[in-house]
Write a protein that binds this ligand. Structure first.
Ligand SMILES: Nc1ncnc2c1ncn2[C@@H]1O[C@H](COP(=O)(O)OP(=O)(O)OP(=O)(O)O)[C@@H](O)[C@H]1O
Ligand SMILES: [Mg+2]
Length: 229
């Protein structure tokens, strides 16, 4: 039930709000010819509040824990996500994950689930890929999840929050969630070849979420090459 609500909360009203945004943009474009500054300011204000509502809505739906996560754990939940995408668009998603993921704290599982969900949705909507792989592994010091596709790729903007202004909240939201848990998000994409979203969490944050900031610092100092590309 919670999962259905989360999906509906996000998909239907979010879609409606995006359409409102587009209509506001079209209105603003038409009004530009009349040079009515007051009206233009008004339209901008309405548009900003729509984007704010969209952000709040996504935050709300992302905060809900899907039932399958509680009942069957992260690996089953990731496989279920993959099946859903397969049903929707026919693309095959392979899930590679280790068993120890059952022991992850619930907030870490939810983070990984939500990031994978958004990344898979992006692959389905934007990549035109023939396949995608979700992989979760750990070397004892850090936990890494990657979502890789062989699609068309895209130019990754230097600042993800720039996307948010145009109502594209997926990557920016991912970055925010990962940062809150003291992790690092890397997005790499090569035009014509594919894309990869990678989340790295220090195992200190995985076992003990009490000091995310220092965990992030040690991770960042550890892996300078990861933020390149
Ligand atoms: N796997 C991918 N392959 C190709 N392009 C992608 C991929 N992931 C993201 N993109 C590009 O990056 C943009 C930003 O993605 P983001 O998830 O932030 O927003 P969105 O998917 O457009 O909208 P929203 O997630 O808010 O519904 C997308 O519009 C798309 O152009
Ligand atoms: Mg998206």
């Amino acid at each position: 039930e919670r999962n259905r609500i989360a999906l509906e909360l996000h998909d239907e009203p979010a879609q409606a709000l995006l359409v409102i945004c587009q209509r506001l943009d079209a209105l603003a474009e038409r009004e530009r010819e009349h040079r009515d500054d007051e009206l233009a300011g008004e339209l901008r204000g309405v548009r900003e509040s729509v984007v704010r509502t969209l952000t709040g809505l996504r935050r709300l739906s992302q905060g809900l824990r899907p039932r399958i996560l509680d009942d069957h754990g992260l690996v089953a939940a990731l496989e279920w996500l993959g099946d859903q995408i397969h049903d929707e668009c026919g693309m095959k998603i392979q899930v590679e994950a280790e068993d120890l993921l059952k022991e992850l704290p619930l907030n870490t599982q939810l983070l990984l689930f939500r990031v994978a969900q958004e990344a898979m949705r992006n692959v389905a909507r934007h990549a035109g890929a023939s396949r995608a792989v979700v992989s979760v592994r750990t070397d004892g010091r850090r936990l890494t999840m990657t979502i890789t596709d062989d699609g068309r790729g895209f130019l990754v903007p230097p600042t993800l929050s720039d996307l948010a202004g145009s109502g594209r909240l997926g990557l920016a939201g991912m970055a925010e969630r990962v940062r809150l848990l003291g992790g690092v998000l890397n997005i790499r994409s090569v035009l014509g070849k594919g894309s990869m979203v990678e989340v790295e969490l220090p195992c200190t944050a995985v076992g003990d979420a009490s000091s995310p900031a220092s965990a992030a610092q040690s991770l960042a100092a550890d892996a300078p090459a990861l933020s390149a590309m």
